[in-house]
Write a protein that binds this ligand. Structure first.
Ligand SMILES: C[S@@+](CC[C@H](N)C(=O)[O-])C[C@H]1O[C@@H](n2cnc3c(N)ncnc32)[C@H](O)[C@@H]1O
Length: 141
């Protein structure tokens, strides 16, 4: 098996009334035209779960279920996983210099950001085409 190198391009900043992605200086020119997109994907490092115990985890129990279910980690959004990579689709509100202001993100302040990609029409799936296990059926987002 191979290992790959990843460079942190920025970090999540959670402030009192706003949140943003702050891009580090060497990567700023990669932001050109990002403001033309309404939504973007943020790929981030689930930094506090980057430890041998969490990274050896292959099972997960989705939270808040009346009837608990144990599922494989790759069928879940669990933060405890072999490669602690977080993926969040966000609304891009404003771009100010090296800061991308967004509507929300489920990452904590200071979380390392690995990559940003635009959300494209081909990324969406019609609700009627989506198949889900029963325990996810009541989730809205
Ligand atoms: C369940 S994970 C899902 C993340 C992402 N939406 C995904 O699907 O990959 C989201 C949770 O990770 C936790 N979290 C956020 N930032 C973190 C960090 N830097 N290290 C560890 N846990 C973090 C928070 O409790 C948050 O609710």
């Amino acid at each position: 098996m191979s290992s790959f190198g990843i460079h942190q391009i920025g970090e999540v900043k959670i402030e009192k009334e706003s949140c943003c992605i702050e891009i580090y200086q060497p990567y700023i020119s990669g932001l050109r035209h990002i403001e033309k997109f309404s939504h973007i994907f943020i790929l981030w490092w689930i930094s506090m779960r980057d430890n041998p115990t969490d990274r050896s985890n292959l099972l997960a129990s989705p939270p808040k279920l009346e009837k608990p279910v144990e599922t494989g980690v790759f069928s879940s959004r669990s933060p405890a996983r072999p490669n602690p990579i977080g993926l969040t689709k966000v609304k891009l509100l404003e771009v100010k210099n090296n800061r991308l202001y967004i509507d929300r993100i489920d990452a904590i302040d200071g979380t390392p950001v690995l990559d940003i990609k635009p959300y494209l029409p081909g990324d969406s799936v019609k609700m009627s085409d989506i198949k889900l296990p029963d325990w996810f059926k009541n989730l809205k987002d």
